[in-house]
Design a protein around this ligand. Structure first.
Ligand SMILES: NC(=O)c1ccc[n+]([C@@H]2O[C@H](COP(=O)([O-])OP(=O)(O)OC[C@H]3O[C@@H](n4cnc5c(N)ncnc54)[C@H](OP(=O)(O)O)[C@@H]3O)[C@@H](O)[C@H]2O)c1
Length: 266
């Protein structure tokens, strides 16, 4: 898959209003790829769309959508079909990452979180199959997380939903490679975005070092031609996978719990 071959075609990016999603939009626009920008903060999406249209002479469609609602994937598909667009690149990036004890958050919020992180991206892959398969090579990028590789106490639902998306995405690579659709599972290490602050992150053993979103997107795009199913910018990923694969379950839970231990009242 070569990005240059996608000039003049359409990419759909969820979570385009900030962080890694915004960076994907900037990089794709610079290659002359038209953009469907999706998130909830319409003003940010419109501002970015205007800037990228003026700078790169691309076309844009802004579709403000709350992807935590069941049926939002179908609404998005209907919006791009009504505009007569065929999507060649699908970036499933939108997420929230709340920190803290399981019981501090409502059941309704958890249902929405699972929908946002796993349900909607899975539905979008299915709904855009006809579009994607109608091109020679086409691309899906699903955003995984280090939290997908083992259970994470105090981020229990986030990590469970990311595990779902992670394994789905790797499995889909196996099913769809022969259709000419590259499904990349992208696992960023700690990245300097709004995610943790909005998720109520507290000081933890995780450390403060964060890489810029541009490095995550660099890594993703650099691996397109090698057709890699799994791309990570997290230096510790392979050690982490080894640990999760061979350590006793009790030890894994205990060690990860220490890293994310919530302070009293959180
Ligand atoms: N940052 C990290 O350290 C890190 C590490 C591993 C994985 N990741 C993954 O990377 C991806 C991008 O996150 P980020 O770090 O760039 O965070 P971010 O800056 O907070 O971006 C999250 C994006 O998701 C959108 N979003 C959140 N809830 C939404 C909803 N209900 N409906 C539609 N859009 C919604 C946000 O836009 P609106 O608020 O405008 O809706 C925003 O554009 C996520 O999948 C995250 O899990 C990040």
């Amino acid at each position: 898959m070569k990005l240059q071959d996608c000039r003049g075609h359409w990419a759909l990016v969820t979570g385009a209003s900030s962080g890694i999603g915004e960076e994907f939009c900037r990089r794709l626009a610079a290659q002359g790829i038209h953009l469907v920008l999706v998130a909830r903060r319409t003003a940010l999406l419109e501002k970015l769309a205007t800037e990228l249209r003026e700078r790169h002479a691309i076309q844009t469609l802004v579709v403000p959508t709350d992807l935590a609602h069941p049926g939002s994937a179908q609404q998005l598909r209907a919006a791009t079909a009504a505009a007569g667009l065929r999507i060649r690149i699908l970036i499933n990036n939108a997420a929230r990452g709340p920190w803290g004890s399981f019981e501090k958050t409502s059941a309704e919020t958890y249902e929405e979180l699972v929908q946002l992180i796993a349900g909607t991206p899975i539905a979008l892959c299915r709904l855009y199959l006809d579009d994607l398969a109608s091109f020679g090579p086409s691309l899906i990028v699903n955003l995984s997380s280090p939290a997908a590789l083992q259970p994470v106490p105090y981020k229990a639902v986030y990590s469970a939903a990311k595990t779902c998306l992670h394994n789905f995405s790797l499995a889909l690579h196996g099913e769809w490679r022969d259709k000419g659709i590259l499904v990349q599972t992208l696992l960023p290490g700690p990245t300097a975005t709004e995610l943790d602050a909005k998720g109520g992150a507290y000081k933890s053993e995780l450390g403060e070092e964060r890489r810029p979103p541009s490095e995550v997107v660099d890594e993703s795009l650099a691996k397109l031609e090698s057709d890699d199913p799994f791309v990570t910018t997290n230096k510790g990923t392979y050690k982490q996978r080894l640990f999760a694969g061979i350590a006793p379950t009790r030890m894994i839970i205990r060690e990860v719990k220490k890293m994310f231990q919530a302070p009293p009242g959180r």
